[in-house]
Ligand binder design. Sequence first.
Ligand code: ADP
Ligand code: BMX
Ligand code: MG
Ligand code: CA
Ligand code: ZN
Length: 343
Amino acid sequence: DLDEPLQKTFCFPPVKDSISQDIDHILETQSALAIDLGGTNLRVAIVGMRGNIVKKYTQPNPKTYEARMQLILKMCADAMHDSVSLNCRILGVGVSTGGRVNPQEGVVLDSTNLIQEWSSVDLRTPISDSLHLPVWVDNDGNCASLAEKKFGHGKRVENFVTVITGTGIGGGIIHNNELVHGSTFCAAELGHIMVSLEGPECSCGSRGCIEAYASGMALQKEAKRLHDEDLLEVEGMNIKLAEPITAAHLISAARLGNNNADTVLNKASTALGVGIVNILHTVNPTLVILSGVLASYYQAPVQRIISERALPSAQNIKVVTSELEEPALLGAASMVLDYATRR
Ligand code: ADP
Ligand code: BMX
Ligand code: MG
Ligand code: CA
Ligand code: ZN
């Protein structure tokens, strides 16, 4: 090896050190701008290389296309401005959104009622034109599974699925280390797995979907119904007059012995569990990752339903709760961090 004595003679190491320090610094500051559009919230964040959220901005998701587009661009501009003083070099923009998405075009194809005026929407062109950065777009459930693959329980797992509960229920399928999009970008719409013929109406226009039983919105609807009938509050619970009723109230009521709340939650867990058994029988993953506000509540009942109702070969598939703070947002960032640094 001829390099070694030369390096010693001419004192190369110190020079090399300062260059490698510069490289370290560049890698350290490389970041993504991530956007997540859900049925309730619009989030923007600056995300670092290791999946660390440097700064996050949250607003209610506006109800019209115009207002939503305007707010997205405004929040992004603010984040870009802040990124300078935060010492973050933004490589690109990743967008996670409800609805069917063509990721090659960066277009939302169609959406359920959960996000109004959100069909045939080109997200790439306006965002890229306004920020002069490359833009990647995918469905929020799909993004959540990308985040698990890069930063979460899905690391080094070749085949797994994610089910993320927010206002609705999103899904993502990783098969042979790759996201499954399907023939018309409608694969992994796991919230719309139907578990009954006459079930509750879903915001997709159908009925009996697991989203209509077990989503944040479905449980909130049931909680409000019980509250209106004066059946929600039990001893040990104190609901203030102006307090918004959510699924969380249903869970605390059930824990305090409210049978009505317990019945609603049992039905929701069973619907979700049966839906997940259907997923196991379709793609046979090695792992199921639950995320979102209700994940830790659903984990045990879903595991039990699998043991009771899946075929023997699928009965031991593990269900875990995500440890990621914001899987959809982090997945949006991961598209940027993976593609923008690819050579
Ligand atoms: P989205 O991505 O659909 O905008 P989020 O992931 O931000 O939704 O979650 C919002 C949903 O979670 C709403 O339906 C809200 O009612 C519900 N929610 C918020 N806080 C809680 C809580 N503490 N427990 C249960 N559900 C909650
Ligand atoms: C709905 C559907 C899915 C989405 C899921 C979770 C739309 C607009 N949304 O089922 O595409 O993945 O909600 O969304 O069609 P969230 O609002 O709960 O985050
Ligand atoms: Mg969401
Ligand atoms: Ca999906
Ligand atoms: Zn549906």
